[in-house]
Design a protein around this ligand. Sequence first.
Ligand code: DGL
Length: 269
Amino acid sequence: MNEHSIGVFDSGVGGLSVLRSLRQEMPHEDFIYIADSGHAPYGERADSYVVARARAITGYLIAQHHIKALVIACNTATAAAIHQLRQDHPSLPIIGVEPALKPAVGASTTRRIGVMATRSTLSSAKYATLLASLQGQAEFVNQACDGLAQAVEHDDTTKIIALCTHYISQMGQFGTNSGQIDALVLGCTHYAFAEPHLRALVGPQVRILDTGEPVARRTHQVLASQLSARHGKGHCSFETSGSTALLQTAVQRWLQLPGPIGALRDRVS
Ligand code: DGL
């Protein structure tokens, strides 16, 4: 048990893309990562289900791991549950992720921006508020990508390529000429692991934006302002409500870490 860990959770392996940035930004912090793969995909489920999972996992991280901060490394869970989690745990710093629309507006010259996210994120009130705050600044082409997070979760390259090809073609023309999409926002943390395939499809000039780095910087800022924040030793531990083998493979591949990987305790799995 480490009383100074930062808790990180996602519906599965997608949040490892955020954890990768968190470790780069704060190499001396300890992290406990929960992959809720046994209940994925969040993005194609009812909000009430995602809120219940987020509450159970957060309660577990506090009770068992005594976390000093929580990063919700999932756009879908942030949209559905961050308000509730902040209400439940007012003294715990909670950092969420949201699709990087604002940075995309800054990066785009054609003012046509593609957004790939889960169905649930795109239909959330939080996303509607974000879009409304940028009204008139760019045109957003929103694409719900059913199945893509699960394909990444299962490391199914054939399916990842087929779905990326389908969704990118649905969104229209990519490029830097007027009327083309010149910025692509990855509004689901799983999609960061499909980036090489997306890059091949949209070409070298299109900006691809994910949320790992900005969220890591924000977490660093939040912790820096907490007087009680103490560093750990750069340890990471991992637990999953799904397949330990799948998480182990993803952790080795994306973070070059050996694990170990534990099973999420019965009470929450
Ligand atoms: N990785 C999650 C996100 O950022 C959701 C994937 C899922 O549908 O479970 O939205």
